[in-house]
Design a protein around this ligand. Structure first.
Ligand SMILES: Cc1ncc(COP(=O)(O)O)c(C=O)c1O
Length: 389
């Protein structure tokens, strides 16, 4: 009898295993590990928070967003410790400055930033014991300023009229006056190199043995575009790089280069720039790193992105995928969807989602989200007798 029970159990177990495999298969063999990894941990511990930068996951987008017959993945950079792709940049620049002796214990680090870089640099400085000063133009979201101050940084606000180039000039001036280490995120080659060494290699590893036809992203400094783009093109030359840019600020699209100072920084505002809501993308000049990436690796496709399209896509990613990214993440996915519509049937695309939506609570991204109950919510509340407002 016991033998008989064992037989039945074994058969049941085999059927169960087969069913589980089917459930977890997704679109490729490698995505099966998504569920089978549960409970495994990372198999290691970390010496400090900066060691956890990178190794972000690529997640499939459902057909609620993805055009039929195509596959889109999103690389979720909000899995970084301070929730944006800029954790990589900060790690790159500080580690390089330490190695090359430009940064010594007790020094002050300064940078101009629309927010995410400042938060990431503040994290690096907090962990390493450097003092941190950030310059930031007035229009960028309040929660970003507060986050940097929370991490121990001093935040110097520059006037809106000076735009992005104003905050950059202020950082340079302060660095010269006080002898502080200036990160120079827009020109520092360590930025693109880190994306070559990490972001690009991660994608190559994650898509090993799988199809990948398009890599879709915008540019802030252009570090991701130049570095990861180079790594991908080297190993998989058939991948097409699809560059997105705000439709309101067609700097690259204009074909006109930014004028430069001898150190590679832009002399001022690009004539094609107009303010746009895609924070973190396309400052009012073409960064040196972006220009270098265009000249070396280049891009194969180009998508202009309307600001409201980026915002709506970010909202849709939250509502239909549970993917909570900022406006630039929406912009990237908007570009991926537009690209997918034109791409041959069966194409596989990967969009970079640079940060978390939580950084945009005071911006147009959340303008339609009320703190109070709407009529539908009130009706639900009134459908039972207790605890009504
Ligand atoms: C929100 C956001 N999206 C995208 C990017 C682009 O990254 P990169 O500087 O590598 O071009 C940045 C960086 O500025 C960012 O903060």
């Amino acid at each position: 009898m016991a033998w008989c029970t064992a037989q039945v159990d074994w058969r049941t177990w085999r059927v169960y295993r087969k069913f589980r495999k089917f459930r977890t298969m997704g679109v490729s063999g490698s995505s099966a590990t998504g569920l089978s990894d549960r409970g495994k941990g990372r198999g290691r511990v970390y010496a400090n928070i900066t060691e956890t930068v990178g190794n972000t996951p690529c997640v499939k987008i459902s057909d609620a967003i993805c055009p039929q017959g195509r596959t889109i993945y999103a690389k979720l950079e909000y899995f970084n410790p301070l929730s944006s792709v800029k954790d990589r940049l900060a790690c790159a620049i500080i580690e390089d400055a330490e190695k090359t002796g430009k940064l010594k214990p007790g020094d002050t680090v300064i940078e101009a930033t629309s927010g995410n870089t400042g938060i990431a640099v503040a994290m690096m400085c907090a962990q390493r014991g450097y003092k941190c000063v950030i310059t930031m133009a007035e229009p960028f979201s309040i929660e970003r300023r507060k986050l940097m101050r929370f991490l121990g940084a001093k935040v110097i606000i520059t006037p809106k009229a000076g735009k992005g180039s104003g905050m950059v000039a202020k950082a340079r001036e302060l660095a010269e006056k006080h002898g502080w280490f200036l990160c120079r995120q827009f020109e520092n080659e360590a930025n693109a190199q880190f994306h070559y060494d990490t972001t690009g290699q991660e994608i190559l590893n994650d898509f090993a043995g799988m199809k990948l036809d398009y890599y879709v992203l915008g540019y802030g400094t252009g570090g991701t575009f130049s570095g990861a783009g180079k790594a991908l093109k080297e190993k998989r030359p058939d991948i097409k790089i699809c560059l997105g840019e705000p439709a309101d600020a067609p700097l690259v699209a204009s074909g006109q280069k930014s004028e430069r100072n001898p150190d590679g920084s832009a002399t001022g505002s690009h004539p094609a720039f107009k303010p746009h809501p895609i924070q973190g993308w396309t400052p009012d000049f073409i960064p040196l790193i972006t220009e270098a990436g265009i000249a070396s690796t280049g891009y194969d496709e180009f998508v202009p992105i309307p600001g409201d399209g980026a915002i709506q896509m970010s909202q849709q990613l939250a509502k239909s995928e549970g993917i909570f990214t900022g406006i630039s993440g929406g912009a990237s996915m908007y570009a991926a969807v537009e690209m997918a519509k034109k791409a041959p049937e069966g194409s596989v695309l990967l969009a970079m989602l640079a940060d978390t939506g939580e950084r945009y609570l005071s911006t147009p991204l959340f303008a339609s989200i009320s703190a109070d109950m709407n009529p539908e919510e009130l009706e639900i509340s009134k459908s039972t007798p207790s605890f009504q407002l």
